[in-house]
Ligand binder design. Sequence first.
Ligand code: SAM
Length: 285
Amino acid sequence: KKAGRQKSAAQKVLTANQGHKARKRFGQNFLHDANIINKIVLAINPKEGQNLVEIGPGMGAITGPVLEATGALNVVEIDRDLIPRLRTQFFNYPNFKVYEGDALQYDFTQLIDKEAENPAPLRIIGNLPYNISTPLIFHLLSYTEQHLVHDMHFMLQKEVVDRLAAGPGTSDYGRLGIMAQYWCRVEPLFIVGPGAFNPPPKVDSAIVRLVPHKTLPFPTKDVTTFQNVVRQAFSMRRKTLRNTLKVMITAENIESLDIDSGLRPERLSLEQYVKIADFVTDNPL
Ligand code: SAM
């Protein structure tokens, strides 16, 4: 009897997704709530002439209204079963371009018009597959570094949005938030419950906006060293800086920067990490 009930729930999801079987390994949870879709598109505020790219268009929930506003959109989708559907669904938009492949491997610079005098920077959007959202955000931050990004709007697990926006002294604070905040202003927008998706995920989701800083609030001398220091510091959250960072900088030198080397990594501000990184750049061990 129980199996029968489960089957009918699965059948409902299948019907709602127009016969496409949602694939777990691609993190497929398709948006179906018209109010939420509307709210997301309002937050993105797409306009004609802008350079929009969507990661994981899926069944086109966000794709449709964005295309309607801009008439042009690039999408990157890994699930090859969805590609012909998307092409058919939006065949009347000649400037709708579908790239089949993995967004983690995709070279986003190909979407920048290198011939143009003032090429339009990327507006990246996506209801991201939860299983790759963190590496994908790190990947996309590298385009921010190259000044190719106007802004980014993502739907993520709420927990990931909390980590992106977290400040020092909280358990959510870590490498993801520090690197995102180094490059961008992070604006959590609103929470989306599981009911907005087919199939519903187990946790809450949230929409976040990332806007690259025009001038970096705390520029570092060497980004790679900065990244290494932050990674090293958070490699053992429960240990003190003097312990985790000893391969890069001595406790005395941490203290010379007016930073208590007995602190745990989550106590330090972004600015303090930049201070340590710049010292390490100038005085490598
Ligand atoms: N945008 C749709 C929506 O809101 O209903 C679908 C969102 S679903 C959470 C994630 C989408 O990303 C799926 O279409 C999935 O196939 C696609 N996807 C998963 N991994 C991907 C990857 N590595 N590169 C590109 N697309 C991916």
